[in-house]
Design a protein. Structure first.
Lengths: 978, 76
């Protein structure tokens, strides 16, 4: 056997396959349904013929001489006793039957029409549109013809009974013709005609004979039913008596008839339909030979007890061969047509289910156990099929999955990897002069000590496993040119992912920090992009296997490169939850700290020297929260914006002058300070800032102490009384409305019925209760209340949540209306029928703190359930929508000329997004657009006046060359940074 | 019938002359069939005397740039 060399694919043709090709590529005809003989050897010309390929290890393939694994397997074939229709083409067969003549097989189009469709086809190809639309249109046109324009043959309608039966619908003489003619001759109504509408003159047999030109004796014979009139006589009689003597009859088209029909369709006619007759003759859609897939495609497995279990495809092929043989035997024995037809249908069924076992209208072929067989198309279709399951996505090596947990001491770029994962995942290092001793150290540590190695590869290509026993010995042998598969160590780059991967930031690159225990550890600030929390979430890690991948990941995929979201062009990574409460507490009332406290707050940051104190009291120095926060800001930062709390934040030259730092300042999803640093400085600087804000905020929140308990939602008695009063007032108002309504005095709002108006007004009145309760509640809670702090700073929760906890839960709703479902005319049997009152329709006057009454609890659960159902429905709907969108958009690409094109190179957008701009590169500040003029001036100056020294220097200052280095390197080079 | 071209959201549609068209096709290095398509009977082409094969220039308002220009090939 010669060595096969890889070949270039220059083109691919898709088409039907000629039965002769099936025979040519077949290594053997398969004639016996048995697989193995009594001694367990495969039978020649059986389904397991050794020439079809080898699956048992060690055996040699008699066809190609290769062994299991390298032998691709070889096709066999079955000669079908009678032609059967290929299910995959049943629609195409139907179209061709409808569009061609039943006699001469020519396309039922005049030459002008043919020309039109040929032109249209040409244009369609030119425009790159779907050719099958032209075919459909041509068939639709051809189907309108009652007669063949070429041979004049009358055409019948073709009825298709799924999956593979075709009938010609013909009009034939009904068996009731004598009665019908007799009735018509008496002038009576026939069939289902309305007797009143019938206007038919009675006619004698003589007159009828005259009228039709049929002999009188014949007419009498016809009337007695002894003679069936010929078609032309039938038509004459029908015309004379204006009566319809026909009934529809279904004439079944056998597969062999269809094959003959298709064989004589001329090539030129196929061209009109967009069929290339060189590659796809239509008669090839009707199978006369069935290819038998190689055994490698349907391997049998040996069970523990030594019994062989065959693949589903083999089972199906056994069925086909059995029926095929029975068919042949019966036909040779001259069995009646009825039996032959039954067997034919059975053969058709088996061949059909061999190819597709999920056809509607056909019972699926089943295994003995009752399980439907997995046949050819089931192997390809769907999520677990060959395309989606084995080609687009498959299982990968060098991956790990485990539970995630938080670790605030990590940088957001890092991930804590359990040591046992690090020992399993490896990175290949090529041994050079410079890393040889390091490599030897790894090898000598062996596979079970952390920075160790699992395999080495010698320059001759031989791979050796490093074991506890041979590691010392092997380490000595490691030379330049060897490859060592070492464990993951701190600073390695890996890819980290959480499903569902809905956006770019669901997969990011992190630097490894090897840690004890079993979970992946994350900095909490990267939770928003992954949408992760720590209630049991698991994430996947992939170790990169070549230098190119590692470089790409480091430059493009590292977390800090993803701080800005392309969705809205602002940062998606930033402070969350307690970080925000922390910066709020630190900056809102601008508290003071003594030296010990101040140093404690900043201890987890790079800042190791305090600035000038803000106040000196005697010999004690004090620093304010804002001053300490300012230490984290880069020099030269100037900002002015409104915080979530509502005050104006002013930052001048990297100093926080006034204002509260909260969600709008440093939060994820568009915290202004983070966003600005990211855009005006660098992603590295932004990363440092976020890390340090998180660290400072945690220290701050720990300094002040932050907790929330049941007493934080309690309100004084007078507040409760106030709320109760509003509730009572609202109840009165509702009663009043109901009374007006029942008296019929309620005026309806435009476009609504009176009862709708009442509902609206009640909802309005009750809605106001919660608002009022909210106002009352917030009056009684001070700014130091933890729930208020969280709501104001944007850390978590809202004032509405607080109102519901302390004041009144309010109206429960289903589909935006009060709860109206349950029993007839009432929601619960606790209420009278047609009670329109507030409490009968789900108004909850209690607060969460006071607890809900049983009835309130029920209504609350009703609307709570609606929320759950909505989320469940939404996720599945949006998931499918997303899949469709991705499939539609995945081939679009922005070209170097700025246009967006698909793979056919047709233009979708003339300029990406109409402005050719990336959302993350645009200033989020309306007042600070990119100053193109200044940049251009700089470039010009650099080019012509002072050799560009000033400009280049400026550029150099702004370019952060540290980005692509490991974070550990940053720590070294960053010394002396602002 | 409502004249769609009068509507404020329907941008200006103009026929592109052959000379200019050559430049455009050259600029993007494409055949005219690579352009996006517009039906000849599109309501926006009411006042444009266009045949299949002609190219239409559409000048629309854009949120990100003031105006965005799009060319479309007229088809049947």
């Amino acid at each position: 056997m010669s060595i096969q060399t890889p070949k270039d694919i220059s083109s691919i043709d898709f088409g039907l396959m000629d039965p002769e090709t099936y025979r040519d590529m077949s290594i053997t005809k398969v004639i016996t349904a048995d697989t193995y003989d009594d001694d367990g050897f495969p039978i020649d010309m059986g389904l397991m013929d050794p020439r079809l390929g080898v699956i048992d290890p060690g055996l040699e393939c008699p066809t190609c001489g290769q062994r299991s694994g390298s032998c691709p397997g070889h096709f066999g074939h079955i000669e079908l006793a009678a032609p059967v229709i290929h299910v995959g083409f049943s629609k195409r067969v139907r179209r061709l039957l409808r569009g061609t003549c039943r006699n001469c097989s020519k396309l039922l189009l005049t030459s002008e029409e043919r020309g039109e469709f040929l032109d249209r086809l040409e244009r369609t190809i030119e425009l790159g549109d779907d050719q099958s639309d032209v075919m459909k249109a041509a068939i639709r046109q051809a189907r309108k013809k009652d007669q063949c324009p070429h041979c004049g043959e009358k055409q019948f309608d073709i009825k298709h009974e799924k999956p593979t039966t075709y009938y010609e619908v013909q009009d034939v003489l009904t068996n009731e013709f004598p009665e019908l003619i007799a009735a018509a001759m008496q002038g009576d109504a026939v069939r289902d005609e309305d007797p009143d509408d019938v206007d038919r003159d009675p006619m004698s047999p003589d007159e009828l004979a005259n009228e039709t030109g049929i002999e009188l004796s014949r007419i009498n014979e016809i009337l007695s039913g002894t003679f069936r009139p010929r078609p032309e006589d039938r038509k004459a009689i029908e015309k004379a008596l204006s009566v319809d003597l026909t009934e529809e009859d279904m004439n079944k088209l056998m597969a062999s008839d269809i094959r003959d029909w298709f064989e004589s369709i001329p090539d030129e006619d196929l061209e009109v339909l967009g069929i290339d007759s060189d590659h796809s003759r239509p008669e090839w859609m009707i199978l006369t030979v069935l290819p038998v897939p190689p055994v490698t495609a349907r391997p049998s497995i040996t069970l523990d007890n030594g019994q062989r279990s065959e693949d589903d495809l083999t089972h199906k092929l056994v069925d086909i061969i059995r029926i095929n043989q029975r068919f042949m035997e019966n036909r040779e024995a001259g069995a009646p047509q009825l039996i032959i037809e039954d067997l034919w249908e059975l053969l058709q069924y088996h061949v059909t289910t061999f190819m597709d076992n999920e056809i509607s209208g056909t019972p699926p072929a089943r295994h003995r156990s009752g399980r439907p067989l997995k046949t050819l198309s089931q192997r390809l279709k769907g999520k677990e099929g060959r395309f989606r399951g084995s080609l687009s996505g498959k299982r990968v090596n060098f991956s790990a999955r485990t539970v995630i947990s938080p670790d605030p001491t990590l940088s957001l770029n890092e991930v804590g990897v359990p040591d046992r994962v690090a020992e399993e995942m490896t990175q290949t290092m090529t041994v050079t002069d410079r890393n040889r001793s390091q490599a030897q150290q790894y090898v000598s540590n062996g596979p079970n000590t952390h920075p160790g190695a699992n395999y080495v590869k010698r320059p001759d290509g031989r791979r050796l496993k490093v074991t506890e026993k041979n590691c010392e010995e092997l380490a000595e042998k490691v030379e330049v040119g060897w490859e060592v598969n070492r464990h993951l160590v701190d600073g390695d780059i890996i890819i980290f992912n959480r499903q569902p991967s809905l956006h770019r930031m669901s997969i990011m690159a992190h630097e490894v920090v090897v840690m004890p225990y079993k979970t992946f550890r994350l900095n909490t600030t990267v939770c928003p992009p992954y949408n992760a929390d720590f209630d049991g979430d698991e994430m996947n890690m992939h170790a990169l296997q070549n230098e190119e991948a590692r470089a790409e990941a480091r430059v493009l995929m590292r977390v800090q490169e993803q701080i800005l979201s392309p969705r809205f062009g602002e940062n998606i990574i930033g402070a969350i939850q307690d970080h925000i409460s922390g910066t709020y507490l630190l900056t809102h009332e601008n508290p003071e700290f003594n030296e010990t406290q101040a140093l404690d707050l900043l201890r987890a940051t790079r800042v190791d020297e305090l600035p000038e104190p803000d106040r000196v009291d005697g010999d004690i120095e004090y620093w304010t929260g804002r001053t300490l926060f300012s230490e984290l800001l880069p020099d030269g930062l100037n900002l002015e914006f409104t915080s979530a709390t509502g005050d104006t934040v002013l930052i001048e030259d990297g100093e926080l002058i006034e204002g509260t730092i909260d969600e709008d300042g440093v939060g994820a999803f568009g915290g202004t300070v983070v966003d600005t640093i990211c855009k005006q400085y660098s992603t590295t600087r932004a990363r440092m800032f976020i890390n340090e804000v998180a660290a400072l905020a945690m220290r701050a929140i720990m300094h002040f102490g932050f907790s929330i308990g049941i007493d934080d939602e309690s309100i004084p008695g007078e507040a409760r009384a106030e709320i109760d009063e509003t509730i009572d007032n609202a109840y009165d108002r509702v009663e009043e409305l109901i009374e007006i309504y029942e008296n019929g005095d309620l005026e309806s709002l435009p476009g609504r019925t009176v009862s709708e108006t009442l509902e609206m007004k009640i909802m309005q009145a009750l809605g106001k209760v919660r608002d009022t309760a909210g106002d009352i509640v917030s009056d009684y809670f001070g700014d130091d209340n933890p729930a208020v702090v969280m709501a104001q700073s944007g850390a978590r929760g809202s004032m509405l949540n607080l109102t519901q906890m302390a004041g009144c839960v309010g109206q429960q709703a289903v589909r935006g209306e009060r709860i109206n479902r349950g029993y007839e005319d009432r929601t619960l049997s606790h209420y009278k029928p047609d009670d329109l009152g507030a409490d009968a329709h789900g108004f909850v006057e209690s607060s969460y703190r006071s607890g809900l009454s049983p009835r309130e609890f029920f209504f609350h659960a009703v609307s709570g359930r609606e929320g759950l159902v909505d989320t469940a429905v939404r996720t599945s709907k949006s998931g499918y929508l997303q899949r469709r969108l991705i499939n539609a958009l995945s081939e679009l690409e922005t070209q170097y000329d700025g246009t967006v094109r698909n793979t056919k190179d047709t233009i979708v957008q003339f300029e990406f997004g109409e402005d050719g701009t990336s959302p993350v590169k645009v200033s989020s500040d309306v007042d600070h657009e990119v100053d193109v003029a200044e940049i251009a001036d700089g470039v010009l100056e650099a080019e012509f006046e002072d050799d560009g020294d000033t400009f280049l220097e400026q550029v150099r200052d702004e370019t952060d060359t540290r980005t692509n280095l490991s974070e550990r390197m940053d720590a070294i080079t960053a010394q002396g940074d602002d | 019938m409502v004249d769609a071209t009068e509507h404020e959201l329907v941008p200006e549609h103009h026929l592109v002359d052959e000379e200019r068209l050559e430049e455009i096709l050259d600029e993007y290095n494409i055949e005219r069939t690579d352009l996006p398509k517009i039906k000849r009977l599109d309501p926006a082409l009411r006042d444009v005397d266009a045949e299949a094969g002609d190219v239409i220039r559409i000048e629309r308002d854009s949120r990100t740039t003031d105006t965005a220009i799009v060319y479309r090939l007229v088809i049947e």
